[in-house]
Design a protein around this ligand. Structure first.
Ligand SMILES: C[S@@+](CC[C@H](N)C(=O)[O-])C[C@H]1O[C@@H](n2cnc3c(N)ncnc32)[C@H](O)[C@@H]1O
Length: 274
């Protein structure tokens, strides 16, 4: 497929538009990637140049178009049991602490923010079920700004790459396998509520409150410092006092915020709202 050329000035306008809508910052060195990934969309839409695409996307009321744009500029890569040391610290050490502070039938509220195709919130659910928790004892929310990935999360049919780290007994118990596709059981699916939330958006972020633990992993990498600060402050507001935030193990809140206390447990950092 031939690429449509993206002039520098249109690249900058497109970059500003994406930044404004999502907090995602695209550096100059990624211009070729944008050109490459978006040319396909332009051809599908019968658009001859990026100027027309920019107009189209600015005035399109269709959220799917924006979703496709965001999908094209980020990587949605995720898989079950990703960075499982962190998940284990949460289920083995932090969950019991949170549970002990709950009164009566209060459930524990967990949010996988930027969950992509759902592997992260579903993994959390599987791990809690394996710990013997009943679904009524926890609420898991999975959110993303892209409708495309949320639709895949809803369908919950995965390929072998995605389930490669799932322990054998869990694979047998929670998935049905047909050739190379793995369908997640209803028992797990129904424990996760999927929502469209743009983490940079002041209104969207009010949709979830009083959360005990947030997993916001492998998404801060797309943001510049200003967007990271905004998202960190949004997540802070969503947490209960003493609640926990997990970011990707290669990410850091250093120079972003001092509002969280970093607790280091077996080399895993759990940021706590103080
Ligand atoms: C690499 S995936 C991370 C998935 C999962 N958290 C994990 O660690 O495996 C990054 C996701 O961030 C989402 N994303 C990017 N900007 C976002 C924003 N402003 N609000 C919500 N989600 C966003 C993308 O759509 C993508 O699905």
């Amino acid at each position: 497929m031939l690429n449509i050329s993206l002039p520098d000035s249109t690249f900058k306008d497109l970059r500003d538009f994406i930044y404004d809508k999502s907090g995602i910052y695209i550096s100059d060195s990624k211009k070729y990637l944008i050109e490459n990934r978006l040319s396909r969309i332009l051809l599908e839409r019968n658009l001859n140049n990026f100027e027309d695409y920019l107009k189209f996307i600015k005035f399109s009321s269709n959220g799917n178009e924006l979703g496709r744009l965001f999908d094209a500029v980020t990587t949605n890569e995720t898989y079950f049991f990703r960075e499982s040391d962190q998940l284990k610290i949460f289920t083995d050490e932090i969950m019991p602490k949170i549970a002990s502070q709950k009164k009566g039938s209060q459930s524990i509220k967990i949010w996988s923010a930027a969950c992509s195709t759902g592997e992260e919130p579903y993994t959390l659910s599987i791990m809690l079920l394996e710990k013997g928790l009943q679904p009524r004892q926890f609420e898991i929310y999975g959110s993303d700004l892209s409708e495309g990935v949320l639709n895949s999360a809803k369908t919950a049919v995965y390929n072998s790459y995605s389930v490669r780290n799932v322990p054998d007994h869990c694979l047998k118990k929670y998935f049905s396998n047909n050739n190379q596709s793995y369908t997640l059981s209803e028992a797990v699916k129904k424990t996760v509520k999927l929502m469209k939330i743009n983490l940079i958006n002041d209104r969207n972020i009010k949709l979830l409150r009083n959360v005990d633990a947030i997993f916001c992993r492998n998404v801060l990498i797309y943001f510049d410092v200003k967007s990271k600060q905004k998202v960190a402050s949004h997540l802070y507001d969503c947490l209960n006092p003493g609640g926990y935030l997990f970011i990707g193990s290669s990410e850091s809140l250093h120079n972003i915020t001092r509002a969280f206390r970093p607790n280091v447990l077996n080399k895993v950092v759990a940021y706590q709202k103080v």
